[in-house]
Write a protein that binds this ligand. Structure first.
Ligand SMILES: CC(C)(COP(=O)(O)OP(=O)(O)OC[C@H]1O[C@@H](n2cnc3c(N)ncnc32)[C@H](O)[C@@H]1OP(=O)(O)O)[C@@H](O)C(=O)NCCC(=O)NCCS
Length: 192
């Protein structure tokens, strides 16, 4: 059985959170460019709250948003992982895949590499039948990660994210899905 606490990829380690990740995590959550598609930036106390929620998710389910380390580059570049979606929508309950990296680590393929490993956990170790992801329609970078890892947009699945205020154009989200069968096919194509 895969060790759900520490997952290695060619360039990354997906691992449990350390208290020493907090300054970098808080800095990325305070970066308006990183948080452009979230309701607002978060301060240090809110970032600490997020880490607590992530740790609680790991305690409850054994998986979650892993802290991502890039050995030789940085001890913490952001997070990627699997989440039990906590709001109500037509497609919930479901298992979601998500990512957030500090700006200086964009453009290296880290999110895609970490996401592919997370899919391996979701479909392989956890044996799930479907994993979804969603983003503000204008969040092209996140949508490209979804497409690179083999997800397909469900055009009928567009929805209003309850965390975004009414009237905010970022409230409208697009939904992507990946079935276990399509994941198996895409791993064969990738030769994994
Ligand atoms: C979404 C997010 C994680 C995507 O980061 P990203 O760096 O664009 O995505 P990846 O890590 O997969 O990297 C892909 C890029 O790296 C490049 N790249 C370089 N080396 C690569 C490699 N070895 N393998 C794959 N891609 C590589 C790709 O060409 C691509 O570049 P491009 O953006 O110019 O097309 C990042 O933009 C982010 O943290 N955004 C803020 C938070 C957010 O919006 N989260 C999602 C909410 S739904």
């Amino acid at each position: 059985m895969t060790d759900l606490a520490n997952i290695s990829t060619p360039r990354l380690i997906l691992r449990p959170w350390r208290d020493s990740d907090l300054p970098e995590f808080a800095a990325m959550n305070a970066d308006p460019e990183v948080m452009a598609y979230f309701p607002r930036t978060y301060d240090r106390a809110e970032s600490e709250g997020q880490v607590a929620r992530i740790r609680n998710h790991f305690a409850a389910y054994g998986f979650g948003f892993w802290a991502v380390e890039a050995p030789g580059a940085a001890p913490f570049v952001g997070f990627t992982g699997l989440w039990t979606t906590s709001f109500e929508a037509p497609f919930t309950p479901c298992l979601e895949i998500g990512w957030r990296l500090a700006r200086r680590f964009w453009g290296r393929g880290y999110a895609t590499e970490a996401a592919l490993a997370s899919l391996g956990v979701g479909f392989g170790t956890l044996g799930r039948d479907e994993i979804v992801s969603f983003a503000v329609a204008a969040n092209g970078r996140s949508r490209r990660v979804m497409e690179r890892i083999g997800m397909s947009r469900d055009a009928a699945g567009d929805f209003d994210h309850p965390a975004m205020p009414d009237g905010d154009p970022r409230r409208r989200h697009v939904l992507y899905r990946l079935s276990r069968a399509d994941w198996i096919r895409s791993t064969e194509t990738r030769g994994l």
